[in-house]
Ligand binder design. Structure first.
Ligand SMILES: Nc1nc2c(ncn2[C@@H]2O[C@H](COP(=O)(O)OP(=O)(O)O)[C@@H](O)[C@H]2O)c(=O)[nH]1
Ligand SMILES: [Mg+2]
Length: 354
């Protein structure tokens, strides 16, 4: 039975709803163009990697693992690379294989050192099963580090040594390089820790504003996309959303728009401003948003600001996953498909844990 009080509330709701949509409109206008421009500029750039290390340390094998594609030739025997050997992984992502360490340690290695200075990242390979951080490796490391800070030490072939020697090797390297040096033990043969290597690369590229360009070039984008979705979720969670409709909607819209644009760009999909707006509105203040809100509120056994945070976070994560799923499976994303995908998402993911 409807009471006058209910109607009063509904009118309140409707007014707040209209106001929210207007505010979301403004926020989308502001953020969409700004983000698109920033990312499009990023995508025009190039990422240069230099690969340094003794022959046979697994440089080529690692690159193939890292990018999820067999493009770099794996040498069956030592000495395959004699000069600077470039391979374009994509038009924008370029790996440059340097000749063995001897060349770099020589005084006349101008060409290589010029290259070292201009690359975004140097992957310096060490063989865990060999003489780790030998004198010549140390010498070359010091020389390179002076020209370019962005060195990642890749300790490869950890499958070939006893497990408890790995931390010892890492400590030994740190003693020679300083505690800040990033060292990633991996096995490119057995695909161990490649995710970590990818993340360390992204940490550096993010500083240089090239992270989206890198992820766009990966064959395997899902794990990074998930990371972005959850970090957008916690950013939204820190703002909180209470109640719907409510005043915290605007900054949360901003986070969601940013996330959608990032996903569109790495999956190489078109996302119009109108579509982005439509999806954000649907999730936050539309009928879908209201249904979700009730569903999540029912599932979150807490109240107050913590619940508001959990809701904002959960909805942003659900939206992110739905958008990612649609892009990965080439599904045209409108409000109806979004609704279906989000409902599916909640069926398999307890909002309490989202
Ligand atoms: N045991 C082991 N062997 C590896 C690993 N990565 C590469 N290799 C092998 O080491 C050899 C040299 O690899 P390659 O990638 O061509 O080395 P590059 O000369 O540094 O480019 C090949 O026979 C690879 O199969 C690893 O993680 N563990
Ligand atoms: Mg090679």
């Amino acid at each position: 039975m409807k009471t006058g009080y209910d109607e009063e509330i509904n009118k309140e709701d409707e007014r707040a709803f209209d106001e929210d949509i207007e505010k979301i409109d403004e926020e989308v206008e502001r953020i969409f163009d700004e983000e698109m421009k920033k990312i499009d500029e990023q995508l025009e750039q190039e990422i240069l990697f230099a690969l340094v290390g003794e022959v046979n340390t697994g440089k080529s094998t690692t690159i193939n693992r890292l990018m999820g594609e067999e493009k770099a030739p794996v040498a069956p025997e030592p000495g395959e690379t004699f000069e600077l050997d470039e391979y374009n992984f994509t038009e924008k992502v370029i790996f440059i294989d340097t000749p063995g360490l001897d060349d770099i340690s020589k005084k006349n290695s101008d060409q290589t050192m010029k290259l070292i200075k201009k690359v975004d990242i140097i992957l310096f390979f060490l063989n865990a099963a060999g003489t780790v951080f030998s004198e010549s490796e140390k010498k070359v490391y010091d020389k390179i580090k002076k020209k370019n800070e962005n060195v990642i030490l890749v300790l490869n072939k950890i499958d070939a040594v006893e497990e408890d020697t790995i931390p010892k090797l890492v400590r030994f390297i740190k003693k020679n390089t300083g505690s800040k040096q990033v060292i990633v033990p991996i096995s490119s043969k057995n695909n161990i820790n490649i995710d970590n290597l990818r993340e360390e690369i992204l940490n550096i590229l993010k500083k240089n504003g090239k992270d989206i360009l890198f992820v766009r070039s990966l064959n395997e984008k899902t794990s990074i996309a998930n990371k972005w979705i959850y970090s957008a979720g916690s950013a939204a969670g820190a703002i909180g959303l209470s109640p719907i409709p409510g005043s915290d909607i605007v900054p949360i819209t901003g986070i969601q728009i940013g996330l959608m644009i990032q996903l569109a760009k790495i999956y190489d999909k078109e996302l119009s401003k109108e579509r982005a707006k439509e999806l954000a509105v649907a999730t936050l203040v539309g009928n879908l948003g209201k249904t979700l809100f009730r569903q999540v509120v029912g599932a979150v056994p807490i109240a107050g600001p913590a619940a508001a945070g959990a809701i904002a976070s959960s909805m942003t994560i659900a939206l992110g996953h739905a958008v990612k799923y649609a892009y990965e499976n080439d599904i045209e994303l409108d409000v109806d498909t979004l609704k279906g995908l989000i409902t599916e998402f909640y069926k398999f993911n307890d909002p309490k844990k989202a």
